[in-house]
Design a protein around this ligand. Structure first.
Ligand code: N01
Length: 546
């Protein structure tokens, strides 16, 4: 790397320093930040990764709630940039548990000697672009300052937790846990009455495990979510060896798929199939387990009538599983299946047959209040000793807007995004030169397997920085018209998909006051990658390089 990119390089890459200067600062040490560090080092840049947590792993560091595991299969929810890594690492279950994924992240950090450039317990509060020096000034919560030519946000899509302003929450005398900020010490619910608020993916994983331990569990449900069985199981030696022998093929197949996951997508329309054929297909996928249920037919997310057939199949399963018809009805969603993110569970519906579990259906109404001893709903108080808030995240934008990010002329990202996020390809936002986002809003991100999406962004950014260096370019940012055109496209594509039709965190509906915009790009991983590659091939079309 020549002096253009390294002009203010720190003399060495270990140890903290005040007012330190780097080529690049990466915010976040989850899977995105770790790989970004590895690649930037490969360019010969001085890099520092700043991480708010006391350990690496991002979402897998924080989300330690009972039952937490990934619902993308472990052999695919892993890096592919190093064949040695993917050959040597041994996943033990079809869906890896949170501790196993965290061990994997730590293994990666050690294997590639990443830790010496990561500062833990370092929360970034300010990132401001200095127009005179063309550098990003970073301030941390503990008052340190650093600067860098490039600032890369690896802050995650689901990392800023959402705690609704429940009236009286601060008065609750028992323990309160958020699934996204679970304590590191074991939490024992034995003999306790526990209240879980929320029934999204986190709750659906936690509820069966907490129910098996607690004296009594109350589940406060605002909206029922669809969930399909995981059918988790230990990975056999044969399965692992077979995948490892053909890993490149599997990874390539996955890249051709909408969600970046290799699986069999039935190309038939649900409406062209007979009722019997549909039942057989849904049943086979239900028995197989996992999110690939939505691949039963090609039009489930494009045609409401087709979608209804899948939704009805799941409602029938709920009725068959849950003995009390009134509870089964309350657990049965009526909206488009796959609109809110499809959940994957182990024994979720069956848990409602347990005598120590009570479903409190809010019927869309708000929780009235939290008292010192319980949760008040419809004039009735449910006494609990502990509260679990499984209330999700300020998704996609929260981790970015809670940092005071200031671009050219002092414009804040918060102001710019006040009516919804605006970014070109979800990678950069006009007015914020040399600031990159990994899996930002407007990229496929949360609609895909996050690992290949992260790798694609990291590799795009790496190639971009190498290009800038090669051509002596100091600054890159999107042209406003290209950014606007991309947002129009993101919205147009969203409008063709049933996923944009309900209240979900994809549209910011879970956070009061958040603008309702479908935030991820729903055109699919292959189309998105093609667009990114075309932009590069055309000399970074849509970007201003100076
Ligand atoms: O959060 P959520 P999550 N009063 O937003 C309810 C990923 N993930 O943490 O549906 C009462 O889905 C809210 O109700 P409603 C995955 O992408 C992955 O579960 O808005 N209730 C909902 O039921 C997932 O989609 C994995 O009406 C309130 C719940 O809280 C994403 O993270 C595992 C409320 C929040 O559900 C987020 O999942 C876990 C209020 N004021 C998570 N506010 C795996 O890979 C909110 N709720 C397995």
């Amino acid at each position: 790397m020549d002096s253009d990119l390294r002009d203010r390089q720190r003399p060495e890459s270990t140890g903290a320093a005040s007012s330190a200067e780097y080529d690049a600062l990466v915010i976040g040490a989850g899977f995105a930040g770790l790989y970004m560090l590895y690649r930037l080092r490969g360019l010969g840049l001085s890099v520092r990764v700043l991480e708010a947590a006391s350990g690496i792993g991002g979402t897998w560091y924080w989300n330690r709630y009972p039952g937490a595991r990934c619902d993308v299969e472990s052999m695919q929810y892993s890096y592919q940039f190093s064949d040695e890594l993917q050959q040597e690492w041994e996943w033990t279950e079809r869906y890896a548990t949170q501790p196993e994924i965290l061990r994997y992240a730590n293994h990666v950090a050690d294997r590639f000697d990443l830790r010496r450039d990561i500062e833990l317990d370092t929360r970034v509060t300010v990132a401001a672009f200095d127009d005179t020096t063309s550098r990003w000034r970073i301030e941390t919560e503990d008052g340190r300052r650093m600067s860098a030519k490039f600032c890369i946000m690896a802050t995650g899509c689901l990392s800023s937790t959402n705690t609704p302003k429940f009236e009286g929450l601060e008065r609750f005398a028992g323990a309160v846990y958020h699934t996204g900020r679970w304590p590191h010490e074991p939490v024992d619910f034995t003999g306790k009455r526990v209240g879980v608020i929320g029934t999204g993916s986190s709750a659906i994983q936690a509820i069966p495990v907490i129910a098996a331990q607690a004296d009594h569990l109350y589940v406060f449900q605002r909206t029922p979510h669809y969930t399909v069985p995981a059918r988790n199981a230990p990975l056999t030696r044969d399965v692992v060896q077979n995948i490892k022998a053909n890993y490149a093929q599997l990874r390539n197949n996955a890249k051709q798929m909408f969600a970046g996951i290799d699986f069999h997508l039935n190309q038939q329309s649900a409406l062209d199939a007979s009722a019997d054929e549909r039942r057989r297909e849904y049943e086979a996928r239900w028995q197989h387990g996992g999110v690939t249920f939505m691949g039963s037919f090609t039009d489930l997310l494009f045609n409401k009538e087709a979608n209804d057939t899948a939704a009805q199949f799941v409602r029938d399963k709920i009725r068959e599983t849950v003995r009390d018809p009134a509870i089964a009805a309350a657990l049965s969603p009526r909206y488009v299946i796959g609109c809110k993110r499809l959940c994957v569970d182990t024994d979720y519906y069956a848990t409602y047959n347990r005598p120590n579990v009570t479903l409190v259906d809010l019927g869309g109404a708000p929780i009235e209040a939290i008292t010192a001893t319980g949760v008040k709903v419809g004039g009735k108080e449910y006494s609990v000793d502990s509260l679990v808030l499984a209330t999700g995240f300020d998704a996609m934008t929260g981790a970015l807007t809670r940092i005071d990010i200031r671009g050219t002329g002092g414009e804040t990202l918060r102001e710019k995004w006040s009516a919804g996020p605006r970014a070109y390809l979800g990678l950069m936002s006009a007015g914020f030169p040399n600031l990159f986002m990994i899996t930002g809003p407007g990229s496929p991100s949360v609609l895909t397997n996050m690992l290949p999406s992260i790798e694609q962004h990291v590799e795009w950014i790496t190639e971009c920085l190498a290009h800038l260096n090669k051509h002596g370019i100091k600054q890159i940012e999107p042209a406003l018209d290209a950014e606007n055109a991309w947002i129009v496209h993101v919205n147009e594509v969203a409008g063709t998909n049933l996923r944009s039709t309900c209240s979900s965190w994809y549209v910011g509906a879970n956070v009061p006051g958040k603008p309702r915009i479908f935030m991820p790009y729903i055109g699919g991983f292959p189309a998105y990658v093609q667009k990114c590659n075309e932009v590069v091939a055309a000399g970074y079309a849509g970007f201003t390089l100076s």
